[in-house]
Design a binder for this molecule. Structure first.
Ligand code: FES
Length: 110
């Protein structure tokens, strides 16, 4: 079992995930609110930024859902990945808010 730390909807969740189960499925099984759509790598609703940890992203996916650039920048599809260690992920929505807040703080500091 790997521990998944998920930031979603402004909250942080921690849950266990078996090595052969996707973080999305494990979250849903435990009633943790993770954005979900097609569950097949097609829509991109489950896209997350991987903050830390080892993982494997299935290569069968729509490039609209996860582009090669996304992949290179550490984004993944929670419905088509498996954790290979404890992992920390953040939804794209929360990640963008975090980025905005950080740039907002920088502006105030200057
Ligand atoms: S739920 Fe659609 S790509 Fe993951």
């Amino acid at each position: 079992m790997n521990k998944v730390t998920l930031k979603a909807r402004g909250q942080q969740f921690e849950y266990q995930c078996a090595p052969n189960v996707t973080p999305l499925r494990a979250a849903r099984d435990q009633f943790i609110p993770i954005p979900t759509g097609c569950i097949r790598g097609g829509c991109g609703m489950c896209k997350v930024k991987v903050v830390s940890g080892e993982y494997e992203q299935e290569m069968i996916r729509s490039h609209d859902a996860l582009s090669d650039e996304d992949l290179a920048n550490g984004f993944a599809l929670a419905c088509c990945m498996t954790a290979k260690s404890d992992i920390e992920i953040i939804t794209v929505e929360d990640y963008e808010k975090l980025q905005q807040n950080e740039s907002g703080l920088e502006k105030i500091e200057k």
